[in-house]
Design a protein around this ligand. Structure first.
Ligand SMILES: Nc1nc2c(ncn2[C@@H]2O[C@H](COP(=O)(O)OP(=O)(O)OP(=O)(O)O)[C@@H](O)[C@H]2O)c(=O)[nH]1
Ligand SMILES: [Mg+2]
Length: 331
């Protein structure tokens, strides 16, 4: 965007994307409008934001004045990030939730087993990641709450049954159904430039039962009928094999694009029990804000012990943190 928006603007944009309710969307858009620099080059973005705000306010009005008939689901984020399991029928979504978390979803060899979303927490090293299993998406079935859940999540596993001849068409249909609802399953998360109704969500094409000998032909057919798949990363999985399950867990963590940082108070021992997770590339001040808003405002400098090293370095507010840094914040 060639409008030179300040970093706070992009934070507000991310809050808006992650909004779970219409009211949160209104709040996010209003914040973005305030923070957007007002000049010639930003006129189009301003107009876009205003028209989006008008739409969302109208939807909010309708929501307030009509009694709730349709079911909605909301899963407040927990842990280091939230990942939705989506796909056509029988793609292995519930089996992934069952293998990776303590949740007990129904897993069955026939399609249309799952009727409602179900969350579970996946332990990974010293953090946890929230996974959400969902009902299948087809040309005739897409629960009305699904687009909003997907648009506001951190990442998606698009499940493809490697042993089924139907998987290419089923999976292409899921991508199409979401695109029709302005939600693009893609390599990166964020808004499509200058169109705040269109959201991209980082997606891993997760091929279950990937040891099946017919997989290569099915994938070749999928590539032929679904050009959009080239934007997606892939993971081949056989959930009967523990090392494949472990590799999937690593891939899910990587997909979140976060790092862990540990903190210590001056003169106190390090707290390695509950790391803070931040987007890769975050600065010292971002960690300070996460610890406490006031610490973020008053932060003067920090001491950092890089992971596995005993030498300490003193850094400023805007220095970039590395995965597993131990940080002592000074105000
Ligand atoms: N061997 C093996 N079986 C799998 C794998 N993934 C899924 N399955 C089996 O495939 C069947 C369907 O899996 P589910 O997890 O119920 O599929 P789903 O995507 O949740 O299906 P719906 O809820 O109907 O949309 C079950 O019998 C699973 O055990 C895998 O990687 N390996
Ligand atoms: Mg299921």
């Amino acid at each position: 965007m060639a409008v030179n928006a300040p970093p706070q603007y992009f934070k507000a944009e991310e809050e808006y994307r992650r909004a779970g309710t219409l009211q949160e969307q209104v709040d996010g858009l209003e914040k973005m409008l305030v923070l957007l620099p007002k000049h010639k080059a930003s006129e189009k973005v301003q107009a876009d934001l205003k028209s989006r705000l008008k739409d969302v306010k109208a939807q909010l009005q309708v929501e307030k004045s009509t009694p709730k008939k349709v079911k909605t689901f909301r899963f407040p984020r927990q842990g280091a990030g939230q990942v939705m399991l989506i796909g056509g029928p029988n793609g292995g979504k519930s089996r992934i939730l069952k293998e990776l978390t303590n949740a007990e979803p129904e897993v069955a060899p026939y399609p249309f087993t799952t009727r409602e979303p179900m969350p579970g927490m996946m332990p990974w090293e010293d953090i946890v990641v929230q996974l959400i299993d969902t009902p299948p998406i087809t040309d005739s079935l897409c629960e009305p709450y699904m687009p909003n859940l997907i648009r506001s999540t951190d990442a998606v596993l698009l499940c493809f049954d490697g042993s089924s001849d139907d998987a290419p068409e089923h999976t292409a249909e899921v991508i199409k159904q979401m695109a029709d609802r302005k939600t693009l399953l893609s390599s990166q998360t964020g808004f499509v430039e200058d169109d705040f109704s269109m959201v991209r969500v980082r997606t891993l094409l997760t091929i279950t039962r990937a040891d099946d000998p017919g997989l290569a032909d099915r994938l070749a057919f999928f590539e032929e009928i679904c050009p959009e798949q080239k934007d997606l990363q892939r993971e081949l999985v056989e959930l009967d094999r523990p090392e494949s399950v472990a590799a999937l867990k690593n891939r899910i963590y990587e997909l979140l694009g976060v790092m862990r940082c540990y903190t210590k108070a001056p003169g106190k021992p390090a707290d390695y029990s509950s790391p803070f997770t931040l987007p890769i590339g975050s600065k010292v001040v971002d960690l300070a804000e996460k610890v406490h808003q006031e610490i973020g405002e008053k932060l003067k400098f920090a001491k950092i012990w890089p992971f596995g090293k005993s030498d300490m370095k003193t850094v400023g507010r805007d220095d970039v943190l590395q995965d597993r840094d131990l940080v002592e914040l000074h105000t």
